[in-house]
Structure formats: structure tokens, C-alpha cells
Write a protein that binds this ligand. Sequence first.
Ligand SMILES: *Cc1c(COP(=O)(O)O)cnc(C)c1O
Length: 225
Amino acid sequence: MEEPTLASRYEQVKASLPEHVKLIAVSKTRSVEEIKALYDLGQRAFGENYPQEMQAKQPLLPNDIEWHFIGHLQSNKVKTITPFVHLVHGVDRTSLLDELDKRARSANRVIGVLLQVHIAEEETKHGFAASELRASLVTPGIAERWPSLHFRGLMGMATNTDDRTRTALEFQGLTTLLHYLQAANPFPNAGFRELSMGMSNDADLAIAAGSTMVRIGSAIFGARA
Ligand SMILES: *Cc1c(COP(=O)(O)O)cnc(C)c1O
């Protein structure tokens, strides 16, 4: 059988997404040429995991690309991405909000953030505990604490498992938390409504649970080396 082309994989992924779900093409480890090829097929939102890699690629690619940072971000790397990043998906601690806010302000920008929630079984995965967000975000004046950040929603990564029921439950838990926080309305002007959940192997479950953004790499570009 012939290898599917980039174009055919991309079309297949897009065809599987409802209109309201945004596709973030995860381009970590992919070359500038591969990213440009997908850009030429119409894709504009790309996700990267490593600050230096994203910083190196950005100036070599068209200006209208929307860069999403989806990895674990160290505070000392924040300034490498704040001049151009569109949305930071994996914000998992208050000290990182402080640093992002400070660097966004010095770049004269307002930067979108998603709060990462720990929904998986694995201890190695990052994120706020749901209970922590419930307790700490629903405090008066919380949005004013980081004026250069735009709180747009939540992000989560499910347990790496073949147990699809478990994955579905973890995604549904993130949706429930979003609804709880929306009702408390800590960010009245931010449109706090995005749910970044779902990757190549579990996007269908994430979408069924209410995802608004899927982060898909290998289903588009092929398996990573
Ligand atoms: C690599 C990565 C993805 C994409 O994974 P695929 O299995 O290639 O679709 C999505 N989200 C995060 C946070 C990642 O690190």
C-alpha cells in the first residue's frame, strides 16, 4: 500500500473535526519545510513543545502563523516566546502566570493562556489540581492580578492508556471543571471557554466530551522519529 501523503492525512483529520473545534497542528521535531508544506495546504495554527525550537522556527515561516506553546514551560524560557506566542496551553503554576504577565507587559502584548489541569493518573504529567483551581481562582480580583494575560480556558492531557472509558471520564472531568469556573466567572471579560484536549489517539473522545481545540501531530505528519 502507498504511504498516505501529507495532504491526504491533513484532509482526513480535518474531516473528522466538527466546525467549532480548532485544529492545532503539533509540529514539534518537524522541519520548517514540513511546516511550510502544511501551511500551503491552509493550516495556520501550529503547536510547539520546546521554546528554543519554536523561537528558531518562527522567523523562518510566514507571519500569519498562530504559534501555540503546548509544552511544559520553564520560567527562564518565557521571554523567548512572549514576543510572538498566540496562546500558551500548559500554564501549570502561579509563578509561571507571574512571569508570563511580566514578560507580556514588557513586550507590550496581551497573551492568551490556558490553565493546565492535572486530569491523568500519572504523577509525571503537569497541571493544577482541580480542587486548587476551584479554591483559588474563584477569588474576587483574581483577573486583575495578571493584567497582561487573557485567560481563555483549560487544557488537559489524559492518562496514556488503552482504557477509553477512563480517558473519556478524564476529559468529562475537565469539561465539568470549566463549567464550574464559568459559573463562578472569575474572568468576566476574557471569554473563558476554551478546552484544549485531545491528541491523535484520543481526539474523538475529547470532542465528544466538549473539546474546542485538539492538538494533533502524528495523525497529520506521520509518526515522529
Ligand atoms: C506531542 C503532543 C501532542 C501531539 O501528539 P500526537 O500524538 O502526535 O498527536 C499534543 N499535545 C501535547 C502536549 C504534546 O506534547
